[in-house]
Design a protein. Structure first.
Length: 606
């Protein structure tokens, strides 16, 4: 069984003050396996985790109850009722047997062999509705049923829906140290291995411990031994005076019950001492996951981890997320701010929290098709995963644009970092794969502006003359027509397609008001030859422009322009330039597509 749906009414930031049972303030769909909640701070990730935790409770001995701060508050007004509903799917017959009086049935998609079928399967809904009256929270209990009201769950049934939970700021060292009520002792005590009793009614550890405790007691009683002479008799002398002549001290190892024994166990790494935070954190996670690997367990296998990356080196993050993916029978709901972790997930596993809403990236929610998902699975690396964490993205085709755009933005008094903008270099013309991530099947806008920057690729001849569209080859003509259609198709979305006025980025820079700076950059990069030092005469082919075109066209055996090196030098020149004004740049027709791309993604910021 796994959580397939969560519905919230007036819970923390997800609310509206009104309460309509047919209109939840938030609906979250979850996968059977891995689910990764991402979003900026205060985007609602923890609220989703805490809502589930409030209903299910955890295997840890922690007091979890509704607080006044859990009710939706707007201004000075607090909502009077909050409600949480959790839907379980994928329930096996053995699991359903634990919830017979609360389960119903519903049509559910089930994979049978290689085929998907609709079968009538057990269904379980949990309901937790709490009211606040006269400033007091009215106690209530978790209910379950198919009618929207349900019946109260028994204590035994609740044991089978508890989850494993690791909070964001985990004190792994403290939790794994031997002490009273240690988290490690709680974990171990719940395992079946520590419930097995011998014919004498004792666990084997209790029997061993009793023998050891007896041996130690006898050592203190043994006449002529240092423990007896130097410790016990000295203490007995005071005890007889303080309490009574007949009173004697007794040294032993304490109670021999299994719960007391487990509190004396600590967990570490063999042959290692003074472990760091990162290692202890990984050890703690491994211990907590013991709950979910119990044999013949017919309850919920759910692990929720907040900020999985806490205290972890990037390579350690990759190891952990890839190991978790190997557990098909366990459902994980994670929160993260790490592109490393996100890059290892399938796109279908990601849920973006934004605008008091959630945006799952599964196939039924986005406008990505199967080919898009297949492509992104291979090419959505750590660098490109930044796009999930940004307030806006500029998608570019190569390194030159990625290097240049931040410098150009600064010249326009736009700070891309301050505006939380990412430049995503897809190193190809495959920008649509990435842009369509933000297009929703239901037409909702995610309010993440996307600018796609692309070349026009209408090559001139060696004399710098461009053909008209009617004169172009069918290939170029088709591409330009498709770009125009695509650009128009984005009109009602947060995506804009910004196309170069002519040919490539380098050509547009050369033709713009930044031409002098650009020519100096090219000359510096290619200073090993005399090609770009100056215009030698009026013959077009001997001018900078003629040679520049030849290099861009790779004609007459010319080696190509080192575009990345030129962009790097040009960006430095641009940042230091005092001659070209912001107004000149913004009005330049050859730079307009770059300017529009920057302005589009920065429109919600400074």
């Amino acid at each position: 069984m796994y959580i397939s749906n969560l519905k919230l009414w007036n819970f923390r930031k997800y609310g509206s003050h009104t309460f309509d049972i047919d209109t939840p303030d938030l609906i979250v769909s979850f996968n059977r396996g891995l689910n990764i909640l991402i979003g900026e701070n205060d985007s609602g990730k923890s609220a989703i985790i805490d809502a589930i935790k409030l209903v299910l409770k955890t295997h840890a001995y922690e007091w979890i109850k509704v607080e006044e701060s859990d009710f939706f508050i707007q201004g000075n007004k607090i909502s009077e009722v909050l409600r949480i509903e959790i839907e379980f799917s994928g329930i096996t017959n053995k699991e359903a047997a634990r919830f017979t009086e609360w389960c119903g049935t519903a049509d559910e998609k089930v994979i049978v062999g290689d085929n998907e079928q609709i079968l009538r399967r057990p269904k379980l809904f949990l309901i937790y509705q709490v009211q606040i009256k006269d400033g007091k929270i009215i106690p209530t209990d978790v209910r379950a049923g198919m009618d929207g009201h349900g019946n109260t769950l028994t204590a035994e049934a609740k044991e089978y829906i508890k989850c494993t939970y690791l909070k964001a700021l985990r004190d792994a060292d403290s939790e794994l140290t031997a002490k009273k009520n240690s988290r490690l002792s709680q974990i171990l005590k719940e395992h079946k291995e520590f419930k097995i009793r011998q014919t004498n009614g004792l666990h084997e550890f209790e029997e061993l411990f009793d023998v050891t405790s007896h041996t130690i007691r006898e050592k203190f009683k043994e006449e002529g031994v240092g423990y007896n002479i130097n410790i016990k008799k000295v203490v007995d002398d005071f005890v007889s005076a303080f309490i009574g002549n007949s009173s004697k001290s007794s040294f032993d190892l304490g109670p021999t019950k299994i719960s007391n024994i487990l509190e004396k166990i600590s967990l570490g790494i063999a042959d290692s001492n003074n472990l760091g935070l990162g290692t202890m954190n990984r050890l703690f996670m491994a211990a907590e996951l013991l709950h979910l690997k119990k044999a013949n367990w017919n309850g919920l296998k759910l692990c929720m981890i907040e900020e999985l990356e806490a205290h972890l080196h990037p390579q350690a993050q990759l190891k952990i997320i890839n190991r978790l993916k190997e557990e098909p029978d366990i459902q994980y709901i994670l929160t993260t701010h790490s592109p490393n972790i996100t890059s290892q997930a399938s796109l279908e596993d990601i849920i973006i929290c934004k605008n008091n809403n959630v945006y799952p990236l599964g196939e039924k929610f986005t406008k990505l098709d199967k080919d898009n998902y297949k492509y992104l699975k291979r090419f959505l690396d750590v660098t490109k995963s930044n796009l999930f964490f940004s307030k806006g993205n500029i998608i570019v085709e190569g390194w030159s644009e990625e290097i240049l755009l931040p410098a150009l933005a600064k010249k326009m008094i736009f700070d891309l970092t301050k505006n939380e903008i990412s430049i995503v270099n897809v190193a190809s013309t495959a920008y649509l794969h990435f842009a369509k991530i933000f297009l929703r099947q239901d037409g909702q806008k995610m309010n993440v502006p996307i600018s796609i920057v692309t070349d026009l690729d209408n090559r001139p001849d060696e004399n710098g003359v461009f053909k008209t569209l009617d004169e172009e080859s069918e290939k170029v003509k088709t591409k330009q027509e498709n770009l125009a259609i695509l650009k128009t198709g984005f009109n009602e979305t947060d995506i804009t397609l910004e196309i170069a006025k002519e040919w490539t980025l380098e050509w547009c820079l050369y033709k713009s008001c930044l031409s002098k700076i650009f020519k100096n950059a090219v000359s510096e990069v290619h200073s090993g030859t005399d090609e770009f030092k100056k215009d030698l005469n009026d013959n077009f082919k001997d001018t900078f422009e003629g040679k520049f075109i030849k290099k861009l066209l790779k004609k007459d055996g010319n080696s190509p322009i080192d575009k990345v090196a030129v962009a790097s030098v040009f960006a430095e020149y641009l940042e230091n330039d005092k001659t070209i004004s912001k107004e000149q740049i913004e009005k330049d027709e050859y730079l307009m597509y770059l300017i529009n791309a920057i302005k589009n993604v920065c429109k919600n910021g400074n």
